[in-house]
Design a protein around this ligand. Sequence first.
Ligand SMILES: Nc1ncnc2c1ncn2[C@@H]1O[C@H](COP(=O)(O)OP(=O)(O)O)[C@@H](O)[C@H]1O
Ligand SMILES: [Mg+2]
Length: 430
Amino acid sequence: MAPPSDSIGSDSPVDPSIVPPGTAVLPASPEDILEILLGHGLIDQDEAKQLKSPLNEKQTTDASRLIRTVVKLEGITKNQARRVFRDLASLREQKIPGYILLDKLGKGAGGTVYKAKQISMNREVAIKLLHGRLARNPDYLQRFVKEAHVAARCSHNNIVQAIDVGSAGGHHFFVMELIKGQTIAEMLQGPKKIFGEKEATEIILQIAHALDHAARRGLVHRDIKPSNIMLTSEGVAKLADLGLAREATDQEAIERERGLTIGTPYYIAPEQIRGKDDVDTRADIYSLGATFYHMVTGQPPFQGGNVHEVLEKHMKEALVPPDHLNPKLSSGVGEVIEIMMAKNPKARYQKPEDLIIDLECLLNNEPPKLARQRIKAADLDSLAEGESYSEHGEGPSEMPGWVIPSLAGLGGALILSLLANLLLALKGRG
Ligand SMILES: Nc1ncnc2c1ncn2[C@@H]1O[C@H](COP(=O)(O)OP(=O)(O)O)[C@@H](O)[C@H]1O
Ligand SMILES: [Mg+2]
């Protein structure tokens, strides 16, 4: 057993016994670490082979954590570990030419995000380094570069600006504007937990403008969720990860999420769950609706014991109207969310600009014009008899968007919620 001074047992992300104080967190792949250990003669080829899978199992690109694993398994000393880290640091500087990686900002399903310095412009940026699994998938990489190019054509105050995309030293990276602020996900986990209706509506309106800008350029985000919306200290909402392709098909990502339970898909649209590869901006409207729901009620719209249950509910279960969870909400906000989250894309706002109209109504203390129109025109009797959005298609209606409300359109969720509201009102009177 290693002597106590050499043992590195803490599980903090940055290990002070390996990382010299003031040194940035360093990203590295297991291959990088093994390469340096071999180079220093600290391990031989057989040991390198044996170390490969325990290092991969860590599923991290944090060099200090990877080196700590080697320390535990191979008993290299603290000093040797520090040397490996230092070498890695100088190696890394050459690896993403033009950028110096600084602190780690966070980690998601697709990659790890670092604060970095763009040397040429002398400014700080954020860089996402793709996880190895994605970087090894050629189909994904092709889409990654293509979508990044489209994202680069977007320029909007509510969209995190895409700056650069590329690969170097076996790493694929996406450079973007650095946002100083918090994600909505972080705020929902903090003491706040729930947003006031007006504040939430203002944030959702800003993101609706971002979606409008993206949709006009043919871009679908496909991963709208609280952790992809950042709020600056000035109250500007920024949509992150636009142009960061999801994996080849959503179905593929979902299967993987099922297996590995990486992040529960609380905000995904039913048609994405079904693996439709032609999802459009209406899927983003659904996910933004689910985000809105979480912000004003303090909980995601559908919950369950496992990923599968949550997915089933997105597809089949009626939404509990948000004002049933938070009685302080206006009826208007509930109506807007229900239209955003209709199971059938045809029953949703068809374009972000329609959503913007209703959000502006809410902020002016007026009833949401388009949602009301839709609800008023709906004949409850015929709706109840109508076919709801099924797994096999988009329902019977091909009628166009706003002018003629589609029967299939309004779908089970809304009917049930209207009936539930009615029952509650009657109960209240009795
Ligand atoms: N442009 C950015 N500027 C600052 N921080 C960012 C930026 N993009 C992402 N982050 C931070 O990195 C974290 C991880 O991002 P990401 O890998 O996209 O994961 P996810 O979106 O799944 O949470 C985010 O939750 C956020 O805190
Ligand atoms: Mg993100």
